[in-house]
Design a protein around this ligand. Structure first.
Ligand code: ATP
Length: 473
């Protein structure tokens, strides 16, 4: 049985979906047309959070490492790429239909309760069909015992290049960013002066025709990956794997996920993908019935991809080690991170509710996103206590000062009462609010309110940008 430990957090997926829509993090895709199932658009705050996640990842794992370089490859690639990578034959999920209600399920997910996640993932479609039949399993949607046999379903989206169907070329929307890095590996080597061990990092969109998308942005059809292909000698691969496992943990700590909500799961030998020698997942404890699910993955892809591309393209992809006077195909360690799952777990982990009182002393529930200041959409908000010209003039100056000096995104809000404005900033995770009041006109100081403790202190306006810069890194 898959482990579902006690989960008494206040956060639920429903609360995050509602907050995301209410505050402009995530909107249902094509909303005015009634939506398109499992597509989402990231709103004004969502795009900032995503950009902050991607920027922090890029800086930490690509720019600040001397053994890493970046790439931005196309979504469309030569169709032979997906034959060489074996996605055309192997990128399948076993699919089961219900003949009565027409609902579709992943056969392995259907069997998870019966067999456990690891065992279910290793069964062939024939075995799964036999188990479904023997157990006379009911459709989870309508309850009828009318499930079909499991059959393989390729998850790549395809389209065509060219105006006329007879002469057009069938191409795929990439289901992972990884292949771009293998295909460009030789050009990167030739131009970057890197030597093994070295890695290539990439952030970009990937597309998968998932059979059972859902759980908000956890499993979607169009998503974004932050991936690294790290090229090593075959002998060094196990040690580099361990080293990347540690680096992934550092990333998890950096974005502020609570240690008790993250665990590492080693894949059993039968569960490994066709290219992998060893795979470990970082799993996150999602609220409610979702439980532990994959957040990130780390795989030792061996020399599978370079060997395949060498064979299919006819181009020599071997690496010559001058010092050792040896030629070989490097092994590849692949740490892979989903942007959307990072986004979701950052929101889930940061969400908190607190019983408190409003400005008039009435009890109320304060919703606060205790998000890391590095990732918060706005690092600070400037709030004139009242919409009076003498206050708004000072507040606008302070807004300019903060934005110019720190280069980060600052919010400015002069609408509604101050209590409501604080609550709004709490809900969107703004770490600091600077309030300009009538005393500010005389003493040149403002009140800074801390999101987490709600404590307030008075600081000189001239010190505000230094104060902020020191607290958001
Ligand atoms: P799962 O078992 O959940 O389908 P996977 O093992 O197929 O995931 P990988 O192929 O390892 O996933 O993809 C790398 C990362 O991309 C995942 O760790 C996850 O963060 C993200 N990812 C994969 N599929 C999706 C999806 N459909 N929607 C959102 N993110 C995804």
């Amino acid at each position: 049985m898959s482990e579902q430990p006690e989960n008494r957090r206040t956060v639920t997926m429903e609360k995050i979906v509602a907050l995301s829509k209410r505050r402009g993090f995530v909107f249902p895709g094509s909303d005015i047309y009634g939506g398109l199932a499992n597509t989402w658009d990231f709103g004004p705050l969502g795009v900032e959070l995503r950009n902050n996640i991607k920027q922090l990842w890029w800086q930490t794992l690509v720019q600040r490492r001397r053994d890493m370089v970046g790439l931005d490859a196309g979504i469309l690639m030569h169709p032979h790429v997906w034959e060489a990578s074996e996605h055309v034959v192997n990128f399948n999920d076993p699919l089961v239909d219900c003949k009565t209600c027409k609902a579709r399920f992943r056969a392995d997910t259907l069997l998870e309760d019966k067999l456990g996640m690891e065992d279910a993932a290793t069964r062939t479609p024939e075995e799964m069909s036999a188990i479904i039949k023997d157990a006379n399993l009911a459709c989870p949607n309508c309850g009828n015992r009318t499930l079909t046999d499991a059959r393989q379903f390729n998850m790549m989206f395809s389209t065509t290049i060219g105006p006329v169907s007879e002469t057009s070329t069938k191409v795929y929307l990439r289901p992972e960013t990884a292949q771009g890095m293998f295909v460009q590996y030789k050009n990167i080597l030739a131009t970057s002066r890197q030597k093994v061990p070295f890695g290539v990092g990439q952030i970009g969109k990937a597309f998968r025709n998932e059979i059972t998308p859902g759980n908000f942005v956890f499993r979607v059809l169009e998503f974004e990956q932050m991936e690294i292909e790290y090229f090593v000698t075959p002998e060094d691969a196990p040690a580099q794997f361990e080293s990347w496992l540690a680096s992934m943990q550092e990333w998890v700590d950096l974005i502020g996920l609570k240690p008790e909500h993250v665990r590492v799961r080693e894949h059993a030998a039968e569960e490994l993908s066709h290219y992998s020698d060893r795979t470990v997942d970082y799993e996150y404890l999602f609220p409610g019935s979702m439980g532990w699910k994959e957040l990130y993955g780390l795989a030792n892809r061996t020399d599978f991809d370079l060997r395949q591309h060498q064979e299919h393209s006819g181009v020599d992809l071997s690496y010559f080690d001058q010092a050792a006077n040896a030629r070989y195909l490097p092994y590849v360690i692949e740490p892979t991170f989903g942007v959307d799952r990072t986004f979701l777990t950052v929101l889930l982990d940061a969400y908190d509710e607190e019983e408190t009182t409003d400005v008039n002393g009435k009890p109320e529930t304060r919703v606060v996103l205790r998000i890391s200041p590095r990732l918060a959409p706005f690092k600070a908000a400037v709030l004139p206590l009242a919409k009076k010209p003498e206050l708004t003039a000072v507040a606008r100056d302070l807004f300019d000062q903060l934005q110019d000096a720190t280069g980060v995104l600052i919010d400015y809000d002069e609408t509604s009462n101050i209590g409501k404005r604080y609550r709004r900033q709490d809900e969107i995770g703004t770490p600091f609010c600077f309030t300009v009041d009538f005393d500010s006109l005389a003493d040149g100081a403002v009140t800074v309110r801390d999101r987490d403790s709600m404590s307030q202190e008075r600081i000189a306006i001239s010190e505000a940008s230094v104060y902020l810069a020191g607290r958001i890194q």
